[in-house]
Write a protein that binds this ligand. Sequence first.
Ligand SMILES: Cc1cc2nc3c(=O)[nH]c(=O)nc-3n(C[C@H](O)[C@H](O)[C@H](O)COP(=O)(O)OP(=O)(O)OC[C@H]3O[C@@H](n4cnc5c(N)ncnc54)[C@H](O)[C@@H]3O)c2cc1C
Length: 536
Amino acid sequence: MRPKGRGDLESLYFTYPKFEAPKDRGRLSDRTPVAIVGAGPVGMIAALTLAKYGVRSVLIERKETFNDGSRAICIARQSFYILEQLGAVDAFLKTSLGWTTGRSFFRGQQILEFKMPDGPDDKFRPMYNLEQQYIEQFLFDAVAESDLIDLRWGSEVTGLTDVPDGVELGISDTLGSYELLADWVLAADGAHSRVRTIRGKRLSGENYEGRYVIADVQMEHDYPTIRRALFDPACRPGGTVLIHKQPKNIWRIDYQLALDESAEEATQEQTVRDSVASVLAEIGHTGNWDLEWWSVYSANTLALDDYRDGRVFFVGDSAHIVPIFGVRGLNNGLADGQNIGWKLAWVLNGWAGPDLLDSYSPERRGATLDVFANASKSTRFMTPPTLGWQVMRDAALSLSLTHPAMGQLANPRQMTPYTYLDSPITLSSDDAFRAGPELGAVAADVALAEGFLTDQFGAGFTVLVFGQADLDGLDPAVKVLCLPAQGRAADAYGAEDGTVYLIRPDMHIAARWKQVSGGAVQGALRNILNRTEAAA
Ligand SMILES: Cc1cc2nc3c(=O)[nH]c(=O)nc-3n(C[C@H](O)[C@H](O)[C@H](O)COP(=O)(O)OP(=O)(O)OC[C@H]3O[C@@H](n4cnc5c(N)ncnc54)[C@H](O)[C@@H]3O)c2cc1C
């Protein structure tokens, strides 16, 4: 919602572009390898990943501009690696605000300062704040540069029918309606997914009681980019307030509603203004401020049982809805888009058999269930669901005033990438490893004399070799990266002479060996890609 007198898209700091639906009707129905429903951040990441590997897609978006309201604001380190791989990271680095630190306060007194891991081997900061409009704008700028992505604004998918070897989509825009045949469909159409409804799929899980008002405020306020959480503050007795700095002098203020406060009353403009004013008084802001946008939010942990339905894959919010605490909604979705993007590209390019696609749902649904486990803990802490939880939470917070270690309970456990240990395409590991990124985890980065280790990874699979290894029999098209058997990289990977890691296009570790032959590495690739002649 926006203040009275301002339209839905009249932002104080962002100019929404207006895009038109396709006018040239000539080739709209030409068959496409991949149709992506929804050009939100996840749909665009999937399209960019496909394009990186030379695969065409049609991206179909109902609206004629980006999502309104700022919505997601925190982008995690691993998402920056995804953006970097897609050649889109520079704009994000230029505008976003990197941060490492959070502070929690109980009744006005600081009880915790947490710092997320951030050392010389980290190419990116653990977290960056950026309004979702910019996230979408920068992704769109990258999409617009690709000849392989046909983005159709003002176009709504209204039907989906299975046909032999494909899916037929019904699409309508201001000029009429038409059918489009696609080999594969990605449903990236958000929390209220029409595709999900058409396919008769339902999300299942939990809804939480606690409700928050999310308000974005424009003001010049002198505080670094440090996440603040205020528990039981004077401005919201018994409640919780979160404060985040965003670019362009925008501040996100989330405050919890009491059980007896109605959402309708709480979202009246004057009520929001009064509530925000009391939070600002609490943090000592005495200058001017203006209200940009607000909304009401309650936490859910909901997901589909299976992210695949035949030739349709669900990605992002259409597959799962997660609480905002711990900033996993958008970040989790971006990893979905990358995961299905590279796998579909491998299948469509003939580099892998179709069974590779069976690993998408277990990997990404596994990641969602892990998010649920962490986010549920955070959500119960941020919005205790019962009086019992509230009493326990407040007791822990009170204790933390005198016992600093207890303050760790207020640590929001921010997003970390998921380890695909149980994936059907995660292979073997020697038991002999005592260190290094575990099987299924994302590869560790290491600062080198020039740049970082991940700068040298290939676009496809990378074989990381420490010291000497005989790789006869390995497909010459696979990128092999040789590193000394001693030194910082070897330490980070628990490597010795002959150690080999097999790294996937999305940087996850598929296999690792202390000693291995080229034929065995090739065999591992063949197992992952499920074809006789594996390619990189
Ligand atoms: C109020 C609010 C606050 C949030 N705050 C946070 C936060 O602080 N942190 C966080 O991580 N996440 C937050 N989220 C969640 C985050 O915004 C989502 O996780 C993210 O937008 C998901 O991206 P997506 O691409 O999957 O879906 P969406 O961004 O919803 O995009 C889906 C797209 O599909 C289009 N579409 C829908 N149906 C059709 C159709 N039939 N045909 C064609 N196009 C269609 C829509 O117009 C839309 O553009 C918030 C969400 C909301 C609503």
